[in-house]
Design a protein. Sequence first.
Length: 209
Amino acid sequence: MLSYPSIEGSSKAPLGKPCIAFYKYDGSNLRFEWQRKGRQWMKYGTRTQLFNASTPTFGPAISVFHGTASEDMAAAIGDQVVTRVTKKYPSMERIIAFCEWFGPKSFAGIHTDEAKDMELRLIDVSLYKKGFMPPREFVKTFGSMRECAQVIYEGNLNRTFIDDVRKGVYPVWEGVVAKGEDFMVKIKTDAYFKKLNEVYGTAYRLYWE
């Protein structure tokens, strides 16, 4: 099962290239794999291991993904992903949806929230033999979903934008992930840096860019 790639920090940003920057949710990266053979979502994983509905912390994400944790079926992320992908690619054999799992008290990948308070946001989709959807196609396909990652900025990736994210000009907490046709970089805020220092001291580097 494909894992989500590591994201470079802003020092690797290809300045001057066009990008779409998405809200970076402060949570854990989860992956969900759909297979045409079984016509259902077959596997669930964190970045490094598979899990099931009984797994602590991550198990409840399965019912949120399938909308069974809510009476609002619009929240069935899995159904929406399959419908939207197969409408464009009718013979698609496999889909991997990448989501961020977080709650009001989540911080740097640690979750102390009640399961009922946790949320999922769709951040990327990988298609069998096609790879990750380019950011513009991703927004066009999934941008109208309530559970899709919020677009914060669209334009050239430049030093002014990076500095503005750092200073809190944009309405984000941890930061943004800026994506182009051939790159992906994360830019975090000074406020998040300060919080990391308060909690982890010199070990903040493990959670920074």
